[in-house]
Design a protein around this ligand. Structure first.
Ligand code: PNS
Length: 169
């Protein structure tokens, strides 16, 4: 079938990739907004064997699944390899990324251009909710490690997991 009818029947897919060690409210904001724009949103937990995280990949996936349970069109998967291959294998034409500040832009632009040059996949940047413009998984881990309050920065399941991992409860 060709023309508008076949185009209209296509499932619109996007991916929100990241390390998610752990997922924060900033990530959740971007995922929820992507879930309103696309039919199916994949959250791809990209495996970087050179980087030891606080949480194992399976734990990260479990936390993301719980935190995104209300979004019926969101699915969570881990992947070891290039993001463009993740996209190719699942017929995903768009990567959705949050931009917190100008400081994010240089690196994100490089990755977007590289990925586009590799397979033609597009990257769409969503301006982060200003409430979370300073937020990163690394900062959350650092603050939580030293006993700072991160309850307003992460989903409740992540707060619980952080407290357990850092032996504070
Ligand atoms: O949450 P992060 O660590 O900022 O996410 C970065 C991530 C995982 C999205 C990026 O490093 C990535 O896409 N890695 C997968 C490997 C890959 O495709 N590398 C080439 C990027 S141009």
């Amino acid at each position: 079938m060709t023309g508008p009818e076949s185009e209209g029947s296509q499932v619109r897919r996007a991916v929100c990739p990241g390390s998610f060690d752990p997922i924060t409210n900033g990530h959740l904001d971007i995922i929820s907004r992507a879930s309103r724009l696309y039919d199916e949103v994949y959250v791809a937990v990209m495996i970087n064997k050179a980087k030891k995280g606080l949480f194992e990949i399976e734990e990260r996936i479990d936390l993301i699944r719980q935190a995104t349970a209300e979004f019926e069109n969101v699915r969570v998967e881990a992947f070891h390899g290039l993001l463009v291959d993740f996209c190719k294998q699942r017929d995903i034409p768009a990567i959705v990324k949050g931009l917190r500040a100008v400081s994010d832009f240089d690196y994100e632009l490089q990755m977007a251009q590289m990925n586009n040059g590799l397979t033609g996949v597009e990257t769409l940047f969503v301006p982060t909710n200003p409430t979370y413009s300073f937020l990163s998984s690394s900062l959350v881990k650092e603050v939580a490690t030293w006993g700072g309050d991160v309850a307003h920065l992460v989903p409740p399941v992540v707060l619980e997991a952080l407290n357990k991992r850092l032996r504070k409860d």
